[in-house]
Design a protein around this ligand. Structure first.
Ligand SMILES: [Zn+2]
Length: 203
């Protein structure tokens, strides 16, 4: 199998529900989640209630029942614990996203949060959010509906950029996520895997 064929499978695993790829996908997804669990700070409901300090960053919200991952959701916030409390409180509302989470079995007891990275700069947070959404992208598990926030900006302050997962090495697999400015005079491209300001946050 050549690199392009391998890359096509990676894309399919993340974006399609192909029966023959489901077991591969599950194995891949549990590997990522377990890796992140071992590396990042895990927050459960009891901690959310107590913590009053303001921490800004990117997080992973996930629901786990009987050691099975039910769903994941990546987000960012200027005040992580406030956002965590909002998510838990919203589980009892009729908002679409939370109705879906509840229908999958989510409750305050089985919802957990991993702090993926601390970051006070909003634009860096938005780009890092995209970086993690691509890593955790899944038709089976992930509930994120957007890959990149419209608020994320290039160096010239243009918003509404586009994003794409690419393999940058023809002979082997080297994944990169690129964010591109839509402004015709600007067209700045930011490689999220090579961007200096984000390097320290790489997993
Ligand atoms: Zn631009």
């Amino acid at each position: 199998m050549n690199a392009q064929e391998k890359f096509n499978i990676i894309k399919d695993v993340k974006t399609k529900l192909k029966q023959e790829l489901i077991r591969l996908h599950e194995a891949y997804y549990y590997k990522i989640i377990n890796y992140l669990k071992g590396l990042k700070i895990c927050i459960d409901y009891n901690l959310i209630k107590k913590e009053k300090t303001v921490f800004s960053g990117v997080y992973l919200m996930y629901c786990e029942i009987d050691n099975e991952i039910i769903f994941t959701y990546v987000g960012e916030s200027i005040d992580l614990f406030k956002r965590f409390r909002q998510h838990v409180a919203n589980l009892n509302t009729t908002k679409k996203k939370y109705k879906k989470m509840r229908s999958l079995g989510a409750s305050e007891k089985n919802i957990k949060f991993l702090i993926l990275t601390f970051e006070s700069d909003q634009n860096k947070r938005l780009l890092l959010e995209t970086y993690y959404i691509y890593i955790l992208r899944s038709k089976i598990y992930n509930l994120n509906t957007k890959l990149l926030s419209k608020k994320a900006k290039c160096d010239q302050n243009h918003g509404n950029m586009t994003s794409k997962l690419l393999n940058v090495n023809k002979l082997s697999i080297k994944l990169n996520v690129f964010v591109k400015c839509r402004n015709k005079l600007c067209k700045q491209i930011i490689n999220l895997y090579d961007f200096n300001g984000l390097l320290y946050n790489r997993i």
